[in-house]
Ligand binder design. Structure first.
Ligand SMILES: Cc1cc2nc3c(=O)[nH]c(=O)nc-3n(C[C@H](O)[C@H](O)[C@H](O)COP(=O)(O)O)c2cc1C
Length: 389
């Protein structure tokens, strides 16, 4: 499907558009100057984070301003609009942005970005690759752009290109990992030194270590895995349960079909089969997208990734696996055999062991408030990072 105004028009729901406040560097500097920091919920693709953005954007906190991120990955424009409107209704006046993977097929990438911009989001944040087009579209729509970086060099580039903030994502993160040898504490230091933009630290963060990243100069933290383990969020109960009660040996690094990037997941039969060299060609997704397919694409391969960037499609389905199948099976049906359970390293520190014990987002944030109070009470300073130049 090529990008066209008709596509956007056809997908526009009848409800009226409500503009979310913009999250730009000046706004972030004002939040930091007020003594608070950003608490960003990381966008999780293929519906893993659906239902969370509004909850995080609506939190009441002494220490943080909550920021929700709706994933635009493998969502139709209708679904993206509905998810954004739902988040904005839960958190009126809250920060709600959209996460996009640059590895998506070009027409979906543009359609999703333009749909998000039309909906009046607080920001667009880009991971898994780099497209400069999206920075231009954001500028034209007067919407802040943020880049996910795994090096100071990329952060400096994004600053030059016009980003408003960056997410420094360390090797401890869930899903695709930019640089497997770059742990977050070193990365935050490197990125803060390389850019004057506000830096949000992501990857393996939990309540116990937010203070150290603020002490390093971060303007906020981004968490994803901690919010999977919440009673809020639409992910299948088995998806949540699979994250609980886990130890180091339950975590595995796989080679994803997305550009052959490394990715962190919970070890299961599926990841063991991949490690043994088994391939999983795409299967029909009519069960999820209905008979007319995803964006009208009815074949088993819905061409979600750009040509050449999907290892499975590039090998004529002889190698690797279909990421949409594997993640959908985990998130939507809780399939423990054929599902792929992306996770961050912080899962080994999740306190709950049973899905019935999971807390709402607000209670998780209350714990983070208390942990930061304790960090400061122990005499650790939380310096104010530099504001805009
Ligand atoms: C299930 C899952 C799916 C994810 N999907 C995406 C994605 O589509 N795009 C992206 O930029 N990051 C994605 N991430 C990364 C998160 O947004 C976040 O930055 C990272 O997981 C932070 O580390 P934590 O999970 O240890 O808190 C995903 C993470 C998980 C666990």
């Amino acid at each position: 499907m090529s990008m066209s105004a008709e596509n956007l028009e056809a997908s526009r729901p009848s409800t009226s558009r409500v503009e979310a406040p913009k999250l730009d560097r000046t706004t972030i500097a004002a939040i930091v100057a007020s003594g608070k920091r950003l608490l960003v919920q990381g966008g999780m693709g293929v519906h893993a984070s659906d239902g969370l953005a509004g909850k995080v954007a609506a939190v009441h906190s002494r220490r943080f301003v909550g920021v929700g991120t709706v994933s635009g990955v493998v969502k139709t424009p209708e679904h993206l609009r509905a998810e954004l409107q739902r988040a904005k209704a839960i958190a009126p006046g809250g920060f709600v942005g959209v996460n996009l993977m640059a590895a998506l097929n070009k027409s979906d990438f543009e359609l999703t970005a333009r749909t998000a911009l039309e909906e009046g989001v607080s920001f667009i944040v880009q991971g898994a690759g780099i497209s400069r087009d999206i920075i231009r579209w954001c500028r034209e729509a007067n919407t802040p752009f943020a880049g996910i970086v795994s090096s100071g060099r990329l952060a400096a580039m994004y600053e030059k290109w016009g980003a408003e903030w960056v997410v420094a994502e360390g090797a401890e993160a869930g899903g695709h990992i930019g640089d497997i040898d770059h742990p977050l504490p070193t990365l935050v230091e490197e990125v803060c030194a390389a850019t004057s933009l506000p830096v949000v630290a992501a990857g393996g963060v939990d309540a116990s270590d937010v203070g150290r990243y603020f002490a390093q100069g971060a303007a906020g933290v981004q968490l994803a895995t901690r919010f999977i383990a919440s009673s809020d969020g639409d992910a299948h109960p088995t998806f949540k349960q699979v994250h609980l009660g886990k130890k180091e040996e339950d975590v595995v690094i796989i080679t994803s079909c997305v550009k052959g990037m490394k990715a962190r997941a919970v070890r299961n039969e599926f990841t063991e089969a991949l490690a043994a060299g088994k391939s999983f060609p795409p299967r029909s997704k009519a069960w999820f997208f209905g008979p007319s397919g995803f964006m009208g694409r009815k074949k088993a391969c819905i061409e979600c990734l750009a040509e050449g960037l999907c290892k499975c499609r590039a090998s004529n389905f002889q190698e690797s696996f279909c990421i949409s199948d594997a993640l959908l099976r985990a998130v939507a049906t809780g399939d423990e055999v054929l599902g792929l359970y992306y996770t961050g390293q912080s899962l080994v520190r999740l306190p709950e062991t049973e899905v019935g014990e999971l807390k709402p987002v607000q209670a998780i944030v209350d714990d983070m408030d208390n942990a930061l109070d304790a960090y400061q009470a122990a005499g650790q300073a939380t310096p104010v990072p530099p504001g805009p130049q």
